[in-house]
Design a protein around this ligand. Sequence first.
Ligand code: NAD
Length: 291
Amino acid sequence: LDEQEAFDIEYWLLEEAKLQRMPKPKALAGRIAFITGGAGGIGRATAEALLGEGACVALVDIDSGRLDGTVKEFGVKHGKDRVWGTAVDVTDEKSVIDAFAAAARQFGGLDILVSNAGIASSAPVEDTSLDLWNKNIAVLATGYFLVSREAFRLLKAQKIGGNIVFIASKNALAASPGASAYCTAKAAEVHLARCLALEGAPVGIRCNVINPDAVLRGSTIWSGDWLKERAEAYKIEQDQLEEHYRQRSLLKLSVYPEDIAAAVKFFCTEAPKSTGNILNVDAGNAVSFTR
Ligand code: NAD
């Protein structure tokens, strides 16, 4: 190296070190995200992750008590002007339409929808009542349709593209014992996402799916009947379920709400060329569904 080259390299290294020390710009600064099931385990973790990247979040949930607590908590932590929420039943068309209009008024538009509100209620097929079947289809398939249709309308009108992320399930692709209604409704979500990806592509709207395996921590669906049904289906005690899922996974790791939130963030920030895709967040479980 001659003297000039050595000087250039040293100068470049110093500049690089300076850059490393500078605070990174927030990836979603000023973006507006609408999250359904925002009072639940995965919804809360997703809101926290997107707020951490500078987004504003509109949270909706059918459980108004837990939702109010969540909105207050995040408002204190991240600033009241960045968090808003209202009680919504995603199966109720009017309640969904009104909530999107109110969120858009509150923040001045929409960039991201995370469709996540869900229930887990099922039974062996011979014991599945029509009510139980319809309930799963209503919340999971129809609910995802109603919120994504509203998001689509808003995003299309804005003409700046956008992001839709569905939290489906490993059970969208793999059957699970005693859970035909849930699995079928989750499969419908995946196909709806593909249709949205197709129709959204010309106007810059992307739609991707995250399929989690069991996320027990922080989740309210993992209580009561679902916990009991799953334990019975696998012929184990309820308190052995988390370990059962961990052992079943390829990586021998449990999946947490923060892992799903990180995948949502990935689709909204680092994946501009992904649409109509499914990301399994399952510690490798999908490699072999039979294990
Ligand atoms: P959770 O029960 O903690 O959160 C779900 C939230 O949805 C709750 O706050 C609930 O009040 C809300 N909700 C239910 N019905 C609603 C309705 N009609 N309208 C509006 N809100 C409603 O559960 P979670 O683990 O956070 O699940 C979130 C999503 O992830 C669900 O779609 C679920 O099917 C999916 N998922 C979860 C797991 C898991 O093991 N936890 C695994 C795969 C997929």
